[in-house]
Ligand binder design. Structure first.
Ligand code: GLV
Ligand code: MN
Ligand code: MN
Length: 438
């Protein structure tokens, strides 16, 4: 029976005994370094935001790499990039049922602002190299294999996340997001057409059905490292909500307006943010709440702020805890706004339910780890992932590798080459099983 955080003790160091041809030392690290040059910033970070220049250059460079590695690249209208290794026979004939649909692996190409080089990128690079490896040693699969470089997951540019997987699965259409604005006031539809995508420019998203989606990703936390464990088999992905909270007051003179007469939007927002932290601490782990951004208007040192807007991100693996904490936060915000003579507006721009991963694929990953003598544990994911969206469309699973010191969304994000290789090995095995054996 699989239990969360159930570490399987493994004597000695991890080793492989693959009956697949010995995995040559794959240049995973070199390819990750190469990909990180697209959007590299001056402080060693990576900033690749949906449809910006670095994003475009990276996606087109990956398409070229796919061709060089024997895959057939294609873009869809959202800018998701697919690299296909077709089966011997024609696939995707609906009469043959789900068994004929492609097995897909991959992750997202976008990053947070000033992020690291592994988040998302690892799953894409490993997927391309895995398909190249399988093709080289075993020829064409019985069942089509595909790697996808998803256009967006982070929600870093527009107040909307998981656009890549949501567009593929048909959960969201371009019509629903076209008017969203980024921080510079550029609309989603301007950005997508500027990057060369949009209606009639590429394959139709959701045009195909998947047999399974498998995402290889860095853990972004410290569970694996603390347990000296090589592979995390994700049991569930946290539910999360993201809000934009706007507090409105009145601009006034900093010298002549007595403290008690003010309608100070920024001071009210500050009280609300302190309350967010208090509620989160009282709720206890694994509940987390983050205010990562705040802006004030007019944003002048000697003027009482007329308006303050802050972000709020809350997460938990249970829906009822999310509901309860949000209600408590909202009541507290309303009380503070009332006391300070402010107006409160809020907008929920993301709501993703906690999502369990597919049991059967988890079991297959566990068996591969046991056969390969790679230590593993079953664990929830505190980060959001595209797999959360895919799970509603097809059987989906995630494989984690350790993140050094659990640091992520930071240029210091790091995973050792040995850990990258372990994840790669498990992915190759799994794709071999689904593509060539089953
Ligand atoms: C995505 O990386 C998230 O969990 O914020
Ligand atoms: Mn991320
Ligand atoms: Mn990610």
């Amino acid at each position: 029976m699989m239990t969360e955080f159930d570490v399987q003790p493994q004597p000695g160091a991890d080793k492989t005994n693959m009956s697949l041809p010995e995995l040559e030392l794959v240049e995973l690290q070199a390819m990750l370094d190469w990909l990180s040059t697209y959007g590299a910033d001056s402080q060693g970070g990576v900033t690749r935001l949906l449809y910006d220049n670095a994003w475009s250059e990276a996606q087109h460079a990956l398409a070229k790499q796919m061709t060089e590695k024997g895959l057939v690249p294609a873009f869809d209208q959202a800018g998701n990039l697919y690299g296909t290794l077709s089966s011997k026979e024609s696939v995707s004939s609906a009469q043959d049922g789900v068994a004929t649909y492609p097995i897909v692996t991959g992750s997202h190409i976008d990053s947070v602002v000033h992020g690291g080089k592994y988040d998302g990128a690892y799953g894409i690079v490993a997927g391309i190299l895995a398909l190249e490896y399988l093709h080289k040693h075993f020829g064409r699969p019985k069942r089509t294999l595909q790697v996808v470089s998803l256009c967006e997951e982070e929600g870093s540019r527009f107040p909307f996340a998981y656009w890549g997987s949501r567009s593929i699965t048909g959960v969201t259409t371009l019509e629903e997001v076209q008017y969203l604005l980024d921080q510079q006031g550029v609309s989603f539809s301007e950005a997508i057409s500027g990057a060369g995508f949009g209606p009639d420019r590429g394959l139709k998203p959701a045009a195909q059905t998947y047999g399974a989606f498998i995402e290889l990703h860095i853990e972004q936390g410290q569970v694996l490292e603390r347990n000296s464990c090589s592979i995390g088999i994700v049991s569930d992905i946290v539910g999360q909500r993201r809000y934009s909270i706007t507090v409105k007051g009145e601009a006034n003179h900093a010298g002549t307006t007595p403290m008690s007469w003010r309608k100070d939007a920024l001071a009210g927002a500050a009280d609300m943010i302190v309350a967010v932290r208090r509620i989160a601490l009282q709720t206890g782990e694994p509940f987390v709440a983050t205010v990562g951004r705040i802006t004030a208007e007019p944003g002048v040192g000697n003027v009482v702020a007329a308006k303050a807007t802050f972000s709020l991100d809350i997460r938990h693996v249970r829906q009822e805890i999310l509901d309860r904490c949000w209600q408590e936060m909202l009541q507290t915000f309303s009380r503070i706004a009332g006391e300070e003579h402010l107006r409160l507006e809020w907008d929920e721009h993301l709501s993703v339910t906690p999502t369990p991963m597919n049991e059967k694929i988890r079991q297959d990953i566990q068996e591969i780890c046991e056969r390969e003598q790679i230590s593993y544990l079953h664990m929830p994911s505190g980060a959001g992932h595209d797999s959360q969206i895919f799970q509603s469309a097809c059987p989906t699973a995630m494989i984690f590798v350790p993140s050094q010191q659990g640091i992520s969304h930071n240029p210091r994000e790091f995973t050792t080459e040995a850990d990258l290789m372990n994840g790669f090995r498990v992915l190759v095995r799994l794709l071999y099983k689904y593509g060539y054996e089953d």
